[in-house]
Write a protein that binds this ligand. Structure first.
Ligand code: HEC
Length: 127
């Protein structure tokens, strides 16, 4: 019994180490597969509609450094900027899950690595 729970603990910690990160580390990771993130492009991308009904700012607002409301459900969304919400961009699985869903809602496709680099390079500059 002890052995088994110990093993789970070890595994859990390994998974935590592999998938938890800082926003800066995530950005570096994107930038190894793209050009350097451009905060100017990121801000523009975030505030613009891309052929569909919403922009990122429709739910997260601009700047996304305060609690906002989901445009459809009215549910509370915590700030997206890491300065206002230290849990943001620290869990790559969560980040990817939401990118997939939100980019699809806003662009009708997944966001590219360059777009993610631009977005995050901007988000970490927000006070
Ligand atoms: C229709 C509403 C809506 C739109 C539009 C939207 N989001 Fe979100 N987003 C959410 C919700 C809901 C969550 C998850 C709840 C939470 O984490 O507070 C979320 C979470 C995220 C996360 C997770 C970050 C983390 O580390 O926790 C990222 C990244 C994100 N959104 C980026 C974007 C980007 C980029 C766009 C534009 C392409 C966008 N969102 C558009 C509603 C939206």
């Amino acid at each position: 019994m002890f052995k088994k729970s110990f093993l789970y603990l070890v595994l859990f910690n390994m998974v935590e180490t592999v998938f938890s990160a800082t926003p800066q580390e995530l950005l570096k990771g994107y930038e190894t597969h793209s050009s350097k993130g451009s905060p100017v492009q990121g801000e523009q991308f975030f505030n613009t509609k891309h052929g569909k009904e919403w922009s990122c700012a429709s739910c997260h607002e601009n700047p996304p450094n305060h609690d906002t409301k989901h445009i459809i459900t009215g549910k509370l969304i915590k700030p997206l900027a890491p300065s206002a919400n230290p849990t943001r961009f620290t869990d790559n699985i969560k980040v990817e899950k939401w990118y997939k869903r939100n980019c699809n809602d806003v662009l009708g496709r997944e966001c590219s690595t360059q777009e993610k680099a631009d977005l995050l390079s901007w988000l970490i500059t927000i006070k």
